[in-house]
Design a protein around this ligand. Structure first.
Ligand SMILES: Cc1cc2nc3c(=O)[nH]c(=O)nc-3n(C[C@H](O)[C@H](O)[C@H](O)COP(=O)(O)OP(=O)(O)OC[C@H]3O[C@@H](n4cnc5c(N)ncnc54)[C@H](O)[C@@H]3O)c2cc1C
Length: 418
């Protein structure tokens, strides 16, 4: 990243991108042509390094670029799903060949990604993964099972954590790979959740092949690489939602973007409900008359105070991160606070709606949204590290309390599992 002294001024950036947009933005281009222009000019991810489709800009200049794109109604880079986690991981640990092969296609939306971390016997205990990769000739041969894999059913590539050394201690025998999901030997089976959606999959690997050059980082250093992915995932799980784009824009590019979003966002359609829909609380209080109930009013006030302070804490953490400052304790608190808010919302929505909160379908409260909240919020307390795991992290790393006793040292082969 460029240092602030090397960076251009805000006015220079505005003038440069305005001039570029005047020559290049055309809503009748294909989405791919437009995003290719955007990526090649370094405007798609201006915070990325100059040699990798970016401009090394600090956060304040990235915001300027986004404002200028929005001002002319221009479409941004593809950013849904796991692709940005893949990009962050490859930017930090990938080889030049990997960056060249994948980064541009991430921005243009040509490839979609998923994350093969959790297994039936290792979710919280990610370092206990038993899916194995063995080197045979020029390929790693992968066997094992992953589960909870969001979007694997339409992913091109997966970020895979697999065991490559069974005699090393558990964190030291893992490696990190990019695996082609659309190959024989990768069997993706969708799982249906209690909210009716099928966003996750269980995935079976039977002699699936990974070219040697798809190892990310060093052999048996996969834990470190996976931590980069998880750190970026948890930063994005603080409950701060991106602004909703309003209005239906005309032109080929917008139609293609809508079609892409409909497909890519299908597994995430219930995610607003999973966050608890704090934005609906006041409206629902007025709609149901709960604002006149003295007990429920107190519950609403408690929830809104917590939600607001959690939002401000998350904003402080984001601001620190964007200015390149180390995250303080607020970074660890963000995800836990988001899950507390989600569960609080489910409770208050139920108090306000009563037994009708269990109804779904067109005639039910908010056409089923309230019921969907109830059966979706438990996910926030699990995805990307459970509440208990977040509490352990806060206890050990923020409060410096003694560490949990460990029974999993020594060669992984000898550790008792399941
Ligand atoms: C919406 C959603 C999307 C997801 N998407 C993906 C994905 O795309 N890719 C992927 O790889 N995974 C994904 N996951 C999986 C997720 O990362 C795991 O579910 C999570 O890490 C917990 O693992 P587990 O389900 O195996 O629970 P377990 O680890 O079996 O935990 C069970 C219970 O034990 C508790 N527990 C475990 N260890 C400890 C401990 N040391 N101290 C105290 N309590 C403990 C847990 O808190 C939990 O309550 C997703 C999950 C959800 C809900």
């Amino acid at each position: 990243m460029s240092t602030p002294t090397e960076a251009p001024t805000e006015a220079q950036v505005r003038s440069e991108i305005r001039e570029w947009l005047a020559k290049n933005w055309d809503p009748d281009l294909s989405l791919l042509d437009w995003r290719t222009r955007l990526a090649d000019a370094g405007w798609a991810a201006p915070q990325w390094p100059k040699e990798w489709y970016g401009r090394g800009y600090p956060h304040n200049l990235v915001r300027v670029v986004q404002e200028e794109l929005a001002a002319v109604g221009a479409v941004g880079p593809a950013s849904s799903g796991v692709r940005m986690l893949a990009a962050a991981t490859l930017l930090e640990h990938g080889s030049d060949a990997q960056k060249k092969k994948y980064l541009r296609r991430i921005l243009t939306g040509e490839d979609t990604w998923c994350q093969f971390f959790s297994e039936p016997g290792s979710g919280s205990d990610l370092a206990g993964a038993t899916t194995k990769a063995e080197l045979k000739g020029d390929f790693w041969i992968v066997n094992g099972q992953k589960v909870w894999t969001t979007s694997a059913h339409h992913a091109d590539h997966g970020l895979l954590v697999a065991r490559t050394d069974w005699d090393a201690p558990k964190h030291d025998g893992l490696s990190f790979f990019v695996i082609d999901v659309r190959q024989p030997g990768v069997d993706v089976q969708p799982l249906r959740q209690m909210n009716g959606h099928a966003s996750f999959n269980q995935v079976f690997f039977t002699d699936a092949k990974v070219p040697k050059e798809n190892l990310v980082g060093k052999l048996n250093d996969g834990w470190k690489v996976a931590m980069t992915t998880l750190m970026h995932e948890r930063r994005g799980a603080d409950g701060l939602m991106p602004p909703v784009k309003k209005g239906r824009k005309e032109g080929r590019i917008h139609a293609e973007e809508r079609a892409e979003n409909d497909k890519a966002n299908e597994p995430y359609r219930w995610y607003p409900q999973r966050a608890g829909r704090v934005d609906l609380i006041i409206e629902r209080a007025k709609e149901t008359g709960a604002n006149k109930d003295p007990y429920i009013r107190q519950e609403i006030a408690k929830l809104m105070i917590f939600a607001k302070s959690a939002e401000w804490t998350a904003r402080r953490a984001r601001a620190a991160q964007q200015q390149g400052r180390p995250q303080g304790p607020e970074g660890s608190l963000g995800k836990l606070a988001a899950s507390h808010v989600a569960r609080g919302c489910a409770r208050v929505h139920t108090l306000m709606t009563g037994t009708d909160a269990m109804l779904t379908g067109k005639e039910s409260p908010r056409e089923g949204v309230i019921a969907e909240i109830l059966v979706s919020v438990p996910a926030v307390s699990i995805a990307g590290g459970t509440d208990e795991i977040q509490r352990n992290i806060i206890a050990e790393r923020v409060l410096q309390l003694p560490k949990e006793p460990r029974f999993d040292t020594g060669p992984f082969r000898n550790i008792r599992r399941n």
